[in-house]
Design a protein around this ligand. Structure first.
Ligand SMILES: [Zn+2]
Length: 410
């Protein structure tokens, strides 16, 4: 585990050259595949740390006298107002990553945000790597059976919903993966995002502007007059947007959007709570993909994980309807042995876990009859839907994650 003992981190007094210091900061954050840089001024010091997967690692602890120089340097790079420290600000830094191996150089967008705190301002910078391999089909970690169903559903012009829970489950990567399935020269693809995270060529990207009261619903109405084929709406939050999405899907558009619920089946109830008529919903909706993240295991220190009898019984019960008796008895799981490659944490990066619900005939009547989420889930499972926990356990058998991580998703 990284050293997180508060008393053992020494305060560094001086930073001799702030430009080099900040450039080293970015370099280390990018090379360690961190997702966020946190700059946290306290009374006597500034803590600088990185988020990697779920954990924090400390980059440095600076004497408070360096605060002004550091914040100014970062604000200059982010092109925000240097003298504004009473209000939050956000913008973007474009970081030119130039490693020793010239072929790997990369232009990286960094989302910059400040928030005034009791002492100075806290800065968080999210590193958004435009690594196209992230949007590669295999990297989405869809099981082959689900991949086939998703691809088939993408051929239709209906409404597709992505459920990402909790916040920050990399929904943008999945949304862009969906868009990458279409040739933008053949379609008019438009998006409304909040915020725009990745630039995509040939796609018309707009950003919601709550500051001028220009919301999703207003924008969607304007967009419908722009002859769109494929519409991506960052989030369905209210009655008006959800009904406009249904209308767009029913008039021959592919609508891709996200919603906050905790499962694929619960999404249907959420939409009817937003006053979407069930008879319109069954015609407009094609697919719901629920997505979570789980820690990905280090492939360098794999050993067999002998589960306790009680745990094995739980696991078998969960997988009972999708695996044969024989497969269930031969199932093997793995755990890590700790090694240098994973920093003795056993985990390296993360994987996506999915639950794919396809709208089919068997769901129509129950939805029209206002069936409960649990009942819809049971019906879907009878019709071969792989649940989130099952998906995670199957991925655990493939050594992508552990049983422990999978069971957390129950
Ligand atoms: Zn390892």
């Amino acid at each position: 585990m990284p050293n997180l003992d508060i008393n053992s981190i020494k305060i560094r007094r001086e930073v001799s050259d702030i430009i080099t210091y900040v450039s080293d900061l970015f370099l280390e954050a990018v090379e360690s595949w961190s997702s966020d840089i946190h700059i946290e001024p306290n009374r006597d010091f500034i803590l600088i740390r990185f988020r990697q997967d779920w954990d924090f690692t400390i980059f440095d602890k600076l004497d408070v006298k360096n605060t002004s120089t550091l914040l100014t340097r970062l604000k200059v790079l982010a092109r925000v107002k240097i003298d504004e420290n009473k209000k939050p600000q956000d913008w973007k830094i474009v970081y030119n990553y130039e490693p020793t191996n010239w072929d790997d150089r990369e232009i990286i967008d960094v989302r910059f945000s400040t928030l005034p705190t009791a002492y100075w301002e806290k800065i968080v910078m999210r590193i958004l790597r435009q690594d196209t391999s992230l949007i590669d089909i295999t990297k989405l970690w869809l099981l082959p059976a689900n991949l086939e169903r998703v691809r088939k559903a993408l051929k239709s012009k209906y409404w597709i919903i992505l459920v990402a829970w909790p916040t920050g489950s990399w929904k943008s990567t999945t949304l862009f993966w969906v868009l990458k399935n279409y040739n933008p020269l053949e379609y008019n693809i438009s998006t409304l995002e909040d915020p725009i995270e990745y630039d995509i060529d040939y796609v018309n990207q707009s950003q919601v502007r709550p500051d001028i009261w220009y919301w999703f619903a207003d924008w969607l109405k304007s967009l419908m007059r722009q002859d769109p084929d494929i519409i991506m709406v960052w989030e369905i939050r209210d009655k008006e947007t959800s009904n406009l999405a249904v209308e767009a899907a029913l008039t021959g558009h592919l609508v891709v959007s996200t919603i906050h619920t905790n499962s694929a089946a619960a999404t249907i109830q959420r939409l009817t709570n937003m006053w979407v008529e069930t008879f319109l919903l069954v015609s407009a909706l094609k697919m719901i993909i629920s997505q979570r993240l789980a820690k990905r295991t280090c492939k360098f220190c794999k050993i067999e994980d002998k589960l306790s009898e009680a745990k094995m019984i739980t696991v078998r019960k969960i997988l009972d309807n999708i695996l044969s008796k024989e497969d269930l008895s031969n199932i093997v799981f793995y755990k890590w042995a700790w090694c240098e490659k994973c920093n003795n944490s056993g985990y390296k990066w993360r994987i996506w876990i999915h639950e794919v619900l396809i709208m089919e005939d068997y769901l129509e009547k129950p939805i029209l009859d206002d069936a409960s989420s649990n009942h819809l889930k049971e019906l879907a499972m009878e019709n071969w839907m792989i649940t989130i926990v099952q998906d995670a356990l199957l991925k655990a058998t493939l050594w992508d994650t552990t049983v422990e991580e999978a069971l957390k998703l129950i």
